[in-house]
Design a binder for this molecule. Structure first.
Ligand code: PEP
Ligand code: MG
Length: 916
């Protein structure tokens, strides 16, 4: 092994050779920052010259109890000579001194954990040189006092208070409020007093020898590897303590040397929309921190192009080069010193969801990425962005919106919402229904009792709680934008005001929250639903469709939802919940008549009124789906759901009886008696239907077996609708799905009804009915006896909502209101099984049921239609289990398309690795 300790930034090839071409080892030896600086240098990017002292040197130094290994100092001197030559300045020169920075840089980024010292090389003589070459004595003295202060704290561990006290005293004496207002003469005094404090604190003068400064700084950075905070950070992030840190010594460049100097930040493509053009900000005659601090108004790079066209062209050239090299959009820090461009850092840039999609697609179109790589660059959450309302970026930029940033919290449920602040759930419900207001429910935290208020609100904001808090879980579940844990909000529920610092917000004031970023704004900001015809998203999803194996279908109960889902890319309806069709005001009374019927005849009479309505519903779906499969589920919920509430009926009846006592006229008595009789009849029926555990009672297939008139009507409506649209020239592909099946006998009973009805309609209409008959798998027994069910069922659809409830033996509503949060917070459960399929339990049932079903009926078509159908992790699981499709709500369809493509790519990759 080579014993070279120090490598110039231009010596990357030697390092690569030493590391046998292993880039991971290069990063280990030079640290992430050193490796990148060397990589940029090798690319020919103008990086200020410098060198890296390896992490091996750091470990040797620490192992030797703080003694520099032999040879390191000599190598540093040689490397520094080289830097001097490249920079055209000499370290310690009293006329044009080279200054260097000394920064830590470990293999893995540990932001802010270790030390940095800037401006090394300044002393009483060199500071004069810097003053004269920069033409700015104030700047030179300010750099000098910063060096003493930083050196004292980092290298000598002198507490910073003494230095701050001196600065304050000088500011007070000169009657100025900020350090920036101190003059060169003031700073001269500061430097003198700093040196004095340094001497008093260390019993030694501030080292004026630049080499001594440098060696002491390097040792201090080595030692900062073992600082308390660095150790704690490594323990928390799982970074091995044995790695050590490299140290980068680099020539300082200054953007504040006059009107031909500048400093700025550039992105190789727009971070907001992804537009392929260089974008960014800069400041003439300024230091890096001036750009970031936002004290001075920055200019755009268009102004740079106007002011310094060659430099702009050069920057553009390097931005393109770096983007191609790192194969991603770059965020670049640059400095211009006396008309010379320097690049100080580059990294993959942060971007909005919209930009992420466009950049991925553009990079693939330009041949920089493959389509598969582009598909992996975008997350399903970023696709979701296109489906939720967002703040209009243009509106945000104008003054009319009055929306200034109030505070930030955790971005737990995406989307933007604007509304009046309401501080409790009951009031939210009242204001929403009485005034039809858009509401932001603001609470310290939410509880199950608040759910009704959350449901009527446009968004939810809390001052405490984390990503798995009740508010976060419920908001995500109902697709409400939410920001939680905005700890700056002080909510006074008695006075009904919120304060943030000096700002007071009263209940009823308007705020805007952005669940995608976690930002909270005062006042109202215009929102818009981003166009789903974004051409880059369309392209990406087209690529996704070409890669994925899983079909993506939708759960839709009416033509409007189906239409929306088709626009979003669904190619089938995996679940039409027919019960939703009976809740409409014109249908509920007929449904109630059907339930109240005491004879089969009466029941048939009511059903005959429902038949044409259902037929119309199904024909509508077939027309929209134009030959794609439509799976219609027979009635599922318990009948009491269609009747009024038992307690409400009982109290109405009592009320009527009281009114009867005091009724005046005979007519009034008659009317009240009739009403009471009707209420009594209803109540009796409700009471007969009452079950102690309705979700496990008379519902699903059991209803169909007990009252076969109902499925007969539904199946007739399905077949008649198919016949009607076929006559219009539209292909219909109906499938009949039986809910909550547990036994093969149940399925056979329904199959007989379907077969008989098909025959009847074929005779009546003289057409052939092409349909499939299948079942949901929602009970563990159905999963375990799937082989038997497959004798009758031509397809399976896993109802993973119920299957999860029944496998765990827990009711979702009760769990989410009570113990689930506790389970998640304490780690009893890793994730909410109602959001992400439980791999070990429910996943196993799906796996064995699919295998058993296909053993009996090869090619059995299988999908899932619970809420998991739109969850990327669950999609990956069912893809791995070989299912055919997922069915999800319309808005999840694009998310599922990308997730299915990513899962297909992962599976292909796993297969390749197993093959090799
Ligand atoms: C299911 O149980 O997963 C399902 C889709 O049915 P529902 O949600 O209507 O009970
Ligand atoms: Mg179900």
């Amino acid at each position: 092994m080579s014993s070279k300790w120090v490598y110039g930034f231009h010596e990357l090839d030697t390092v690569i050779e030493r590391c046998n071409d292993d880039w991971d080892d290069v990063r280990g030896l030079l640290g992430g920052k050193g490796a990148n600086l060397a990589d940029m240098t090798r690319l020919g990017v103008p990086v200020p010259p410098g060198f890296t002292i390896t992490s091996v040197a750091c470990n040797a130094y620490l192992d030797a109890g703080g003694r520099m290994p032999d040879g390191v100092n000599d190598e540093i001197v040689v490397a520094l000579r080289d830097v001097e030559e490249r920079a055209g300045r000499t370290f310690g020169s009293p006329t044009d001194p080279l200054l260097v920075s000394c920064r830590s840089g470990a293999k893995f980024s540990m932001p802010g954990m270790m030390d940095t010292i800037l401006n090394l090389g300044l002393n009483d003589h060199t500071v004069e040189g810097l003053a004269s070459v920069s033409g700015d004595r104030r700047f030179a003295l300010d750099s000098y006092r910063r060096l003493i202060q930083m050196f004292a704290s980092v290298v000598m561990n002198i507490p910073g208070d003494g230095f701050e006290k001196i600065l304050t005293e000088v500011r007070v004496a000169r009657d100025v409020s900020s350090d920036g207002d101190l003059t060169a003469a003031d700073l001269e005094e500061v430097v003198a007093r700093f040196k004095d404090l340094f001497r008093r604190s260390t019993s030694a003068p501030f080292p004026s020898d630049p080499y001594e400064q440098l060696t002491m700084a390097i040792k201090a950075v080595f030692e900062s590897w073992n600082s308390k905070r660095a150790k704690a950070y490594r323990t928390a992030s799982g970074i091995p303590h044995t790695l050590g840190t490299a140290v980068n010594v680099q020539a300082m460049v200054f953007g504040n040397r006059g009107s031909n100097s500048a400093t700025g930040v550039a992105v190789s493509r727009g971070a907001t929309t992804g537009e392929p053009r260089l974008d960014g900000d800069f400041l003439i005659n300024a230091q890096g921190e001036d750009v970031v601090a936002g004290i001075r108004m920055t200019s755009t790079l268009d102004d740079l192009e106007a002011a310094m066209p060659e430099i702009h062209a050069e920057l553009q050239h390097y931005a393109t080069l770096l983007e191609r090299h790192y194969r991603d959009m770059q965020d670049i820090e640059f400095t211009i010193e006396n008309d010379k461009l320097w690049l100080l850092q580059t990294r993959n840039g942060k971007r909005t969801a919209q930009a992420a999609v466009r950049i991925a697609v553009d990079l693939a179109t330009e041949g920089i990425l493959t389509k598969e790589e582009a598909l992996r660059r975008v997350t399903p959450d970023q696709v979701e962005f296109f489906l939720h309302p967002q703040f209009d970026p243009e509106a945000e930029a104008t003054a009319e919106t009055d929306g200034s940033l109030l505070t930030k919290g955790l971005n737990v449920s995406p989307g933007a919402a604007v509304g009046v602040v309401v501080l409790d759930a009951d009031r939210a419900e009242r204001r929403a229904s009485e005034n039809d207001e858009s509401i932001i429910l603001v609470r310290p935290e939410t509880k199950p009792d608040d759910v009704h208020g959350m449901l009527v609100s446009a968004g939810v904001l809390t001052s405490s709680g984390g990503r798995t808090s009740h508010a976060a879980l419920v908001a995500r579940q109902f697709g409400k934008p939410a920001v939680v844990g905005a700890s700056e909000l002080v909510i006074d529920l008695n006075e009904r005001v919120i304060t943030v610092g000096d700002i007071v917000i009263h209940e009823g004031d308007v705020v805007s929250i952005d669940g995608t970023t976690g930002e909270v704004f005062l006042g109202s900001i215009a929102t818009r639903v981003p166009d789903f015809d974004d051409p880059w998203l369309m392209k990406l999803l087209e690529w996704a469709d070409a890669v994925r194996r899983l079909g993506v279908w939708t759960n839709a109960d009416n033509p409007e939802d189906a239409e929306r889902a088709v626009v979003l890319g669904a190619t089938g309806i995996g679940l039409c919940r027919t019960e939703h069709m009976f809740f409409a005001p014109d249908r509920l009374p007929i449904m109630q008549d059907m339930i109240m019927a005491s004879t089969t005849e009466d029941r048939l009479e009511a059903l005959s009124h429902l038949l044409p309505l259902q037929r119309g519903d199904f024909a509508g779906l077939f027309r929209v789906m134009k030959g794609h499969e439509v799976i219609i589920r027979l009635l599922d919920p318990p009948l009491h759901e269609f009747l009024p509430d038992r307690d409400r009926l009982a109290s109405e009846l009592t009320d009527l009886k009281i009114r009867l006592i005091s009724a005046g006229s005979l007519e009034e008595i008659d009317a009240l008696l009739a009403q009471a009789e009707e209420a009594d009849r209803l109540l009796k029926r409700v009471e007969t239907l009452h079950e102690s555990n309705p979700m496990l009672g008379l519902r699903g297939v059991r209803l169909a077996v007990l009252f076969p008139e109902m499925p007969r009507m539904q199946i007739r409506a399905i077949f008649e609708a198919a016949a009607i649209v076929q006559e219009e020239g539209v292909t219909a592909r109906p499938s009949i799905m039986v809910p909550l099946t547990s036994t093969a006998g149940e399925l056979e009973a329904l199959h007989d009804i379907a077969a008989e009805m098909a025959e009847t309609i074929e005779l009546e209409r003289r057409i052939e009915i092409d349909y499939r008959f299948g079942t949901m798998i929602e009970t563990p027994r159905a999963a375990v006896t799937a082989g038997e069910l497959a004798e009758t069922a031509e397809f399976f659809s896993f109802g993973t909502n119920d299957l999860t409830q029944m496998t765990f033996g827990i009711s979702r509503d009760d769990a989410e209101r009570n113990f689930l949060l506790h389970y998640l917070e304490t780690g009893v459960l890793q994730s909410n099984p109602f959001n992400t399929l439980d791999r070990q339990g429910v996943g196993k049932l799906i796996e064995s049921a699919s295998l058993a079903g296909r053993a009996v009926r090869p090619g059995l078509h299988i999908g899932i239609c619970g809420e998991h159908g739109g969850d990327p992790a669950s999609i990956a699981l069912v893809d791995a289990l070989g299912l055919d499709y997922v069915s999800c709500s319309p808005l999840r369809v694009p998310v599922a398309r990308l997730a299915a493509a990513q899962s297909a790519l992962d599976l292909a990759e796993q297969e390749n690795t197993t093959d090799t």
